[in-house]
Design a protein around this ligand. Structure first.
Ligand code: CA
Length: 346
């Protein structure tokens, strides 16, 4: 475990420094070397929706750029098409990232929204993907990709193929980081997204704790189900949101207690909190969540580092310094893999 290694490292360094005091010249050289910032661990750089800071999220182009930027993992959020194919989309809705409203104006539901699940894969493939917009059409991030080139929705298997082929050709080992989106909602539509995604992973021999892949989910009941009922072997990450988001019926306040973390540790390998849960936005001070998660053996992969949406009064370097060196998270989801990669040596 990371925490054990860290403790051993600290003990080792203590002994080393004690011996060094007997040899002043050597100590001066070593102290100089120690002025270089110490990187305590090798945190994972996770490309959040691909290189979404630069290209429309979750497209093959965004995944390719994230690969080129040196991501350790490329994330794929997954929802199902009507014909039960896992496609890479952040939302169950299509309207904020595609031209669905102009191509299929009469296919909206009563709530006015367009749902990926109401379209076959062939229909989804006719849509083009653009930079994320609000429902009123204004861009969520005003300085990101502004064009209308013909980006397409990718299937999960297309992204698996893309990364596997790039890994082969560039002799890399970039991993996958799929998220099972809204499992309870999918079940209400009559579809078992977890079973279908696990089926794809098993076809590709990726349901394996030794492979470079994590599966993440916000719904704790589903994370437990993946490990127990569905017998998943792959590494699992329990995402932690806020109860006010309505992301699932999970009680995220409870999950952050030590008892909650112990429950997570029974079925998952780590947690995915959002940054304000590990650095208190009021005081700017680290919370104890990361240390308590490490204490029960959970890795911590925090989300989401965005250079165009930083907390007030904090620059990118300072935020990364606190996350990686002070509170020692084990991974960071980022829209800007290139920026984090420059900070975290591969
Ligand atoms: Ca996600």
């Amino acid at each position: 475990m990371y925490t054990d290694q860290s403790q051993k490292r600290q003990r080792g360094v203590g002994l080393f420094v004690t011996r060094l005091f007997a040899r002043p010249a050597l100590m001066a050289v070593i102290l100089n070397l120690m002025m270089v910032p110490i990187v305590h661990s090798k945190p994972e750089v996770i490309a959040h929706r691909g290189a979404s800071g630069y290209l429309p999220e979750h497209t093959l182009e965004a995944a390719t750029l994230a690969f080129a930027h040196g991501a350790d993992y490329v994330e794929q959020d997954l929802v199902l098409s009507r014909d039960l194919v896992p496609v890479v989309l952040h939302d169950i809705h299509l309207d904020t990232v595609t031209n669905v409203a102009s191509l299929f104006p009469d296919r909206r539901r009563e709530d006015g929204r367009y749902y990926a699940f109401d379209f076959t894969l062939a229909e989804l493939k006719t849509l083009t993907v653009h930079e994320r917009r609000q429902l009123d059409g204004t861009p969520v991030f005003k300085d990101r990709y502004q064009g209308e080139a013909g980006f397409k929705i990718a299937t999960f298997e297309e992204q698996l193929e893309l990364i596997a082929q790039l890994n082969r050709q560039f002799d890399k080992q970039v991993g996958y980081y799929p998220e099972i989106k809204s499992p309870a909602w999918h079940r209400a539509q009559g579809a078992d997204i977890s079973k279908i995604v696990l089926g794809v992973l098993r076809q590709h021999e990726l349901d394996d704790a030794a492979k470079k892949i994590y599966v993440q989910c916000f719904d704790f009941t589903e994370t437990q189900r993946l490990r127990t009922e569905l017998n998943a072997k792959v590494k699992l990450i329990q995402l932690i949101g806020e109860n006010s988001w309505g992301e699932s019926s999970t009680d995220y306040t409870m999950l952050q207690t030590t008892e909650g973390l112990q429950q997570i540790a029974k079925v998952a390998d780590g947690i995915g909190p959002w940054i304000p849960q590990v650095i208190d936005p009021g005081s700017g001070k680290p919370t104890d969540l990361v240390a308590r998660a490490h204490d029960v053996g959970l890795a911590v992969h925090a989300y989401t580092f965005r250079v165009d949406s930083l907390p007030d009064g904090v620059d990118a370097e300072r935020l990364m310094l606190v996350l990686f060196d002070e509170i020692q998270i084990d991974g960071l989801f980022t829209d800007f893999t290139d920026v984090v990669r420059r900070f975290v040596r591969p």
